[in-house]
Design a protein around this ligand. Structure first.
Ligand code: ADP
Length: 340
């Protein structure tokens, strides 16, 4: 496994010019039966999908679903044990230097030197990618303007807010004009205002620079901002599409009946199936039904099973519903729920 220092060194040694932002006909990111096992534990299980040019693509999954493993493979920190991944046509396992020139990476943990100025941090990063002199100065100025920090170049990083620091990280990731930007859980630690800012900058990058952005996240709200999503569960791809498409696959409303116990929920589900000829799913204490005209159905069920139901709800499908439909369990497992 390469360390960040080794990557930096190999970048310095690489004589190739920095990323041009062109894809030469390849998808920005292509996964072909990509797998990874840590000894006996299979963390990625045969993932195959493409990320399209200039889209904001989300990798959504609960803890342990394989997001970090995939992120590390795409950032060339780790070689997969099976299958292939390409960035801009280059194999992440066999052409890591080429991949790194095309890729900007923003890790979750901060990589800034807080005792240096914003501009100095960018200069160091630029040197790692072989940028020098006037070219680097211009580039640093440009990326700082792009993330809205042109007036903070001479300030020490330690004087910036959390959101501003994340934007400097973004600027660092962009210094060598990558065509693909990888961000690991970018909203972590940001207040709501800074999150909105960050997403605005990502959209500008997509729209004005044609950069392809891949974001890992375990937050449904964040996933909603993505153009398309891959939803992962236990290392497998369980859904792929835009948030709107994925939610539209669930017909009508989601009607949910809470009972007192998982046993009561199973009894109620069996009763609903018998009486209404639908197939509800049982998730913990709850019985869930996808149904057109949810309010009408809800009333009929409550009247048909007096005393069996503690509370009811009806809602439009969410990404959580997509996850439940595809996996049979909640995104965040509760203590009394077993993974199916
Ligand atoms: P996520 O980022 O979605 O939380 P990870 O990629 O970190 O998921 O983990 C996927 C699976 O691989 C989990 O079951 C996790 O326990 C396992 N795993 C992750 N890193 C290691 C490691 N270094 N050694 C062994 N198992 C690991």
């Amino acid at each position: 496994m390469a360390t960040v220092q080794q990557i930096a060194q190999s970048l310095q040694e690489s004589s190739r010019s920095v990323g041009s932002g062109e894809f030469s006909g390849h998808a920005p990111i292509e996964l072909d039966r990509l797998s990874h096992d840590y000894g006996s534990r299979l963390a990625l299980d045969g993932l195959s999908f493409d990320v399209r040019p200039a889209e904001i693509f989300g990798l959504l999954g609960p803890n342990g679903s394989g997001k970090t493993t995939l992120f590390r493979i795409l950032s060339t920190l780790m070689v997969p044990t099976g299958g292939q991944a390409h960035i801009a046509g280059f194999d992440v396992a066999t052409e890591p230097n080429r991949v790194r020139q095309q890729t900007g990476i923003v890790f979750q943990a901060t990589s800034l030197d807080v005792k240096l100025t914003v501009a100095e941090n960018l200069m160091h990063q630029g040197h790692l990618y072989g940028l020098r002199g006037a070219q680097l100065q211009t580039r640093a100025k440009d990326v700082l303007a792009r993330v809205g920090l042109a007036d903070r170049a001479r300030d020490l990083v330690e004087t910036l807010s959390g959101g501003q620091k994340r934007r400097v990280e973004l600027a660092k990731g962009l210094i060598h004009s990558p065509s693909v930007l990888l961000l690991d859980e970018p909203s972590t630690g940001l207040d709501p205002g800074a999150r909105i800012d960050l997403w605005n900058y990502l959209r500008i990058l997509r729209d004005e620079q044609g950069v392809t952005v891949l974001v890992t996240t375990h937050l449904m709200e964040e996933a909603e901002h993505c153009d398309r999503l891959a939803i992962l569960n236990a290392g497998k791809l369980v859904a792929l599409g835009s948030p709107t498409e994925l939610k539209a696959e669930i017909g009508g409303d989601i009607v949910q009946f809470e009972t007192r116990s998982p046993e009561d929920a199973k009894t109620l589900a069996a009763g609903i199936t018998q009486r209404f000829a639908v197939q509800p799913s049982v998730v913990g204490n709850a019985v869930r039904v996808e149904r057109e005209h949810g309010h009408r159905f809800l009333t009929e069920v409550v009247e048909a099973f007096p005393g069996a139901i503690e509370s009811v709800s009806v809602a439009k499908p969410s990404l959580e519903d997509v996850f439940i439909q595809r996996t049979g369990h909640r995104f965040w497992l509760e203590k009394n729920e077993e993974k199916s």
